[in-house]
Write a protein that binds this ligand. Structure first.
Ligand SMILES: [Zn+2]
Length: 352
């Protein structure tokens, strides 16, 4: 799972980080200037800047490192440990298992680079650009990432892939809204989002859900994609389709939870999804997984109505829940697998 739907993350300085680690503003300005240039595809402009600007400050084909070209190269397994590589340009390069241990990479660009398995331990990566980079299995032990840029498509995955200095793990987790699964997260939603047996895509849905960021018309209204006259609930015609409405407020959702045997609460909010009512007999250990099963299928059903023109159907959403419950059984810990038999009793076929 990538962070592709997080949007751009700017890892800017915060009070959590010691003053000595605060990024240098000049580096950030250069980095963003560079980014704009690259995005504009202004190759000629970049070339011109190379002639005019101090080479040590420009993003050259190579950069200060011995004038060697490091952009767009296959540098797999190369040893750059301990080198001074300030603002070095590694854009789009293949850097698998490359050794950057202890290197000074202040402001360097790894835009769209493949850093799989690279060693960035002890490296100074302040203001470095990891936009679109693949950072899977990178060793970031004791690296300084302050001010680094990570866009939505950067394959940072969760931070359990990379050993981070504790204060920076906390920092990164805070910025990323708690995507870390390594217990370092102080996010209150962490147990609900991650401590369950649901598939990864459902966990990610949970992560969006508790933040009210699932697909719905109210969110499209916020983004200016829909106008206020087009934001009604596609199922019950309520004037505004919000995440809370889809999951709990909608008449359809209310009937779904009631039929399940829960004390349906139309005022329940998605931010408190971890405590949404279940049947009293639902086993505690697997309760989060069951909640996610139901919430996930309520959204899938809603999407089926909106995008596939399906007629709203409690029978259908319950059947889909049953099917996934059976599939998810093997995902549950041994001692919880029998819980699925009980879940299925809440979801028995019903004739309407
Ligand atoms: Zn509705």
């Amino acid at each position: 799972m990538t962070m592709s739907i997080l949007g751009a993350l700017k890892l800017s300085p915060s009070s959590l980080v010691p003053a000595t680690a605060v990024a240098q503003p000049s580096g950030r300005i250069s980095s963003s200037l560079h980014f704009h240039l690259a995005n504009a595809g202004a190759a000629a402009l970049v070339a011109a800047s190379l002639l005019l600007a101090d080479p040590a400050l420009a993003f050259r084909g190579g950069g200060p490192y011995g004038q060697q070209v490091t952009r767009g190269q296959d540098l797999t397994g190369k040893d750059f440990s301990g080198q001074t590589l300030i603002k070095q340009d590694f854009k789009t390069s293949i850097l698998r298992q490359t050794n950057f241990k202890g290197a000074n990479l202040l402001g360097a660009s790894f835009f769209d680079a493949d850093l799989t398995g690279a060693d960035l331990s002890d490296a100074d990566l302040r203001n470095a650009d990891f936009s679109l980079a693949n950072v899977t299995k990178v060793n970031l032990t004791n690296a300084n990432l302050e001010g680094a840029l990570v866009t939505g498509n950067t394959s940072f995955k969760d931070f359990t892939d990379v050993p981070l200095r504790d204060d920076q793990r906390d920092y990164l987790c805070k910025i990323a809204d708690g995507l870390c699964t390594d217990g370092g997260v102080r996010d209150g939603h962490h147990p609900f989002v991650w401590c369950n047996s649901a598939p990864e895509r459902v966990r990610f849905f949970a992560w969006l859900l508790v933040r009210g960021r699932i697909q719905c018309r109210a969110n499209l209204l916020c983004k200016g994609i829909l106008d206020e006259h087009s934001c009604h609930c596609p199922i019950c015609d309520n004037p505004l389709e919000t995440p809370d409405h889809i999951m709990f407020g909608c008449e359809f959702a209310h009937r779904f939870w009631s039929m399940l045997g829960a004390d349906a609460d139309a005022t329940h909010r998605v931010a408190e999804s971890s405590t949404c009512p279940l049947p009293h007999s639902a086993p505690t250990g697997s309760a989060t997984t069951l909640r996610l099963l139901c919430l996930w299928h309520l959204l899938k059903h809603r999407n089926g109505v909106v995008f596939n023109g399906l007629a709203p159907s409690l029978s259908l959403v319950r059947k889909n829940c049953r099917d996934d419950a059976v599939l998810w059984r093997a995902r549950l810990p041994m001692e919880q697998r029998d819980d699925v038999d009980l879940w299925l009793t809440y979801l028995l076929p019903v004739r309407f």
